[in-house]
Design a protein around this ligand. Structure first.
Ligand SMILES: NC(=O)C1=CN([C@@H]2O[C@H](COP(=O)(O)OP(=O)(O)OC[C@H]3O[C@@H](n4cnc5c(N)ncnc54)[C@H](OP(=O)(O)O)[C@@H]3O)[C@@H](O)[C@H]2O)C=CC1
Ligand SMILES: Nc1nc(=O)c2c([nH]1)NC[C@@H]1CN(c3ccc(C(=O)N[C@@H](CCC(=O)O)C(=O)O)cc3)C=[N+]21
Length: 289
């Protein structure tokens, strides 16, 4: 059996089209475009590439893009002062501070400073709490993108066994919360789990967010299961995921790397920005977005 390849790139393009329609409707109703501010500290080449592609996607969706590049030795107080200015700026609906930040800056201090209603990354503890308790909020882009791909394959997620590998605040934990909200039976495994394989073997849905190239082995996959590979690992062999490519011979459906979850992350960021703009301005937005 060879798995169906889940075309995240194509799905993301469709989502970006719907976002553009919603952004145009917002501009008509509110008299201005939705605005996204992206803050990059330092010149990490990978981060620079992401920030540039976010800026391009923002403009392509008919939104305003504000880029703030700060030098790697900027002080924490100066970065927080910029966040304060963006919080107060009415033309800014979304604020994204690219992670990781240089070691001398406390990430938590910066993230908790962002107005939760402009927190399009969904990293603020207020949004994590809203997600955990089922309140409307802003949901982290990568896990929400994974959920959209899963819903496309499994219109009925309720009752399925889901295993999330990884428990970070930006991927694993919110992914587990979203799957639980969909009434999956959710297991989260991590570096202290005794028998990762034993858990993965029972899963109808596997989401791998580990950060180890090729970590998930083909023998762990239940035949026919859906596998979402969040991993982005730069190796000598190029960009590879957290799932061994041999898993495609066992799974029912699987996301490729690249072209799977990565493009969804950016499309959902666009989506979250329009949603944040509409809520802030008190105008309607396509509820299916
Ligand atoms: N496609 C996209 O848009 C995005 C991709 N990524 C990619 O996703 C991957 C994960 O990212 P992120 O969540 O930020 O990474 P983190 O490093 O923050 O988290 C990794 C998680 O994997 C767990 N883990 C590590 N080793 C093992 C092991 N041997 N067995 C089981 N679990 C293990 C860790 O456990 P513990 O908590 O015990 O340490 C941790 O919870 C990375 O490759 C990253 O590049 C991330 C964000 C966006
Ligand atoms: N505040 C913050 N929010 C983030 O969402 C955030 C961040 N910081 N720091 C870094 C990670 C990583 N991330 C990715 C986004 C897009 C792709 C993506 O589009 N990947 C393409 C390939 C791109 C390439 O070739 O390098 C793909 O998988 O097809 C990957 C990874 C967002 N992150």
């Amino acid at each position: 059996m060879t798995a169906r390849l889940i075309d995240g790139k194509a799905f993301a393009a469709t989502l970006r089209d719907r976002v553009a329609t919603a952004a145009a409707a917002f501009a008509r109703d509110a008299g201005r475009k939705p605005g996204l501010a992206v803050v990059l500290v330092g010149e990490d080449p990978a981060s620079s590439v992401y920030v540039r592609s976010k800026g391009k996607a923002t403009i392509a969706a008919g939104m305003e893009s504000f880029e703030h590049r700060l030098s790697a030795d900027v002080g924490e107080a100066e970065l927080i002062a910029l966040v304060d200015r963006l919080n107060a700026d009415d033309s800014v609906d979304g604020i994204l501070v690219q992670l990781p930040l240089p070691r001398h800056i406390d990430e938590r201090a910066v993230i908790t400073r962002i107005d939760p209603d402009k927190d399009v990354d969904g990293f603020h503890p207020v949004n994590a709490g809203r997600l955990a308790t089922g309140l409307e909020g802003l949901v982290p882009c990568t896990p929400l993108g994974c959920l959209m791909l899963l819903q496309d394959i499994h219109p009925q997620l309720a009752g399925l066994e889901a295993v999330v590998i990884g428990r970070s605040n930006i991927v694993g934990k919110p992914m587990a919360a979203l799957l639980l909200q969909q009434s999956c039976t959710v297991t989260t495994v991590h570096s202290r789990t005794r028998d990762v394989m034993g858990h993965v073997r029972r899963a109808d849905i596997v989401v791998a967010a580990v950060g180890i190239p090729g970590f998930v082995q083909p023998e762990w996959i239940k035949p026919g299961a859906t596998v979402i590979d969040v991993g982005i690992n730069r190796t000598d062999a190029g960009l590879v995921g957290d799932v061994d490519p041999g898993a495609a011979e066992v799974a029912g459906a699987i996301t490729p790397v690249p072209g799977g979850v990565g493009p969804m992350t950016i499309a959902v960021l666009m989506r979250n920005t329009v949603v944040a703009a509409a809520r802030r301005a008190g105008v309607a937005v396509d509820p299916a977005l």
